[in-house]
Design a protein around this ligand. Structure first.
Ligand SMILES: Nc1ncnc2c1ncn2[C@@H]1O[C@H](COP(=O)(O)OP(=O)(O)OP(=O)(O)O)[C@@H](O)[C@H]1O
Ligand SMILES: Cc1ncc(COP(=O)(O)O)c(N)n1
Length: 276
């Protein structure tokens, strides 16, 4: 039987991010994907043209339908849009005691549209993050969550420590928004050890959906029973290959290639991992 992975997120009609990216990733990583849709977005490679939230009862019922019948080995959250939706998901998480909850605190799309209302950030911090096995903020999201500035490596360490105090079992600070000297560095912290995952920067505009795909790969790996550091390391290989083989469709920022490791199994990912 396949491990079961559930995503609770927004739909991206363009297929590069959100629910669509998550399900493609789950499939590529040999897990059975299921979805709870929080909002429908009208979206393409150029941006988000509309956001249409699903009513609370519909979200509540989708989770109940999946969990009471099928269950999940790991659960990921993406676009949650407002505090009411966060409240429902947090309550369900408490009720079903999700052990492998991956919270991707999606706030703004690459194209600049708001995917989470400002007033919902406190609910994310107080209700959902404390239940997470791991949270996966990018640098702007980490600044919003902590109010800290992030410029130096020490700033990154302080920021992950601050986020760790919010109650998640681990924090992954993604470095895609602050590339440095041709390197992109993600920082993983589990309360004991800092792991720096460093890869060469890929020169491409086609990075739509990278955050969703990365978090979905971590979720699939956790569903398969991998320990967290290994789930993150393997997910990093997956997302890096997906960006390397990303492609140009539409007129804007194209998607990553979720099938990259299957289609191009010889892909070499030059990743360095340092721990301290
Ligand atoms: N140009 C790049 N070259 C190599 N890796 C990249 C590049 N851009 C992003 N990444 C990697 O992709 C992952 C997602 O990074 P990022 O910090 O951009 O998150 P995000 O903002 O949530 O993603 P999204 O683009 O979906 O909003 C990280 O592992 C990051 O290191
Ligand atoms: C439904 C949905 N969820 C998440 C994202 C973030 O992805 P990105 O930052 O790559 O635009 C998105 N654009 N749409």
């Amino acid at each position: 039987m396949l491990p079961k992975a559930l995503t609770i997120a927004g739909s991206d009609s363009g297929g590069g991010a959100g629910i669509q990216a998550d399900l493609k990733t789950f499939q590529e990583l040999d897990t059975f994907g299921m979805s709870v849709i929080t909002a429908v977005t009208a979206q393409n490679t150029e941006g988000v043209q509309g956001v249409y939230p699903v009513e609370s009862e519909g979200i509540d019922q989708q989770i109940t339908s999946v969990m009471d019948d099928i269950g999940a080995d790991a659960v990921k959250t993406g676009m949650l849009f407002d505090k009411e939706i966060i409240g429902i998901v947090a309550e369900k998480s408490r009720y079903y005691k999700w052990p492998n909850l991956v919270v991707d605190p999606v706030m703004v799309s690459t194209s600049g549209s708001k995917l989470l209302k400002n007033e919902a950030i406190d609910a994310l911090i107080n209700e959902l993050i404390p239940q997470a096995a791991i949270i996966t903020p990018n640098i702007p999201e980490a600044k919003e969550l902590t109010g800290l500035t992030i410029q130096t490596v020490d700033d990154r360490k302080n920021t992950v420590k601050e986020m760790y105090k919010m109650g998640a079992s681990a924090v992954l600070l993604k470095g895609g928004h602050e590339k440095n000297k041709g390197k992109v560095v993600d920082l993983f912290y589990d309360g004991r050890t800092f792991h720096y995952l460093s890869v060469p920067e890929i020169n491409t505009p086609h990075t739509h959906g990278t955050g969703c795909t990365y978090a979905a790969a971590i979720t699939a790996n956790l569903a398969k029973g991998l320990p967290l550091p290994e789930a993150v390391r393997k997910a990093k290989m997956f997302i890096h290959a997906a960006i390397m083989h990303g492609f140009s469709i539409g007129k804007g920022s194209g998607p990553t290639n979720h099938a990259a490791l299957r289609l191009y199994p010889d892909t070499r990912v030059e990743m360095e991992v340092e721990t301290e």
